[in-house]
Write a protein that binds this ligand. Structure first.
Ligand SMILES: [Zn+2]
Length: 103
């Protein structure tokens, strides 16, 4: 059986319940429900934007963590307050650098 990708909306883990893939975050409620389990899994795991190499929030999150880690290694501390506005700037810069957008 294929491994289930995290929820595309909240990044929580997903589980297969009978023939339905469901997000484990009760507040989210996203599911992929086909007649056959294998079709539900295929639908759940189909992410054309991710597969096309589009910048997504998870990529920005990884880049941010790498940047902070690099800064700490270079200077012994992270100099920048990494808040929502800073992360939005990074996302814009990544999209501009890669020439793609998920909007
Ligand atoms: Zn979810």
């Amino acid at each position: 059986m294929d491994e289930l990708k995290p929820c595309p909306f909240c990044s929580a883990a997903a589980v297969l319940k009978r023939n339905k893939v469901v997000c484990t975050n009760n507040g989210c409620g996203v599911e992929a429900w086909m007649l056959r389990a294998e079709d539900s899994i295929r639908v759940w795991n189909t992410r054309p934007r991710e597969d096309a190499g589009v910048v997504d929030d998870a990529m920005v999150e990884r880049a941010l963590k790498a940047l902070i880690q690099e800064e700490i290694e270079q200077f012994g501390y992270a100099s920048t307050p990494y808040n929502g506005a800073r992360i939005a700037c990074m996302k814009t810069a990544l999209v501009a650098a890669l020439g793609k957008s998920n909007g």
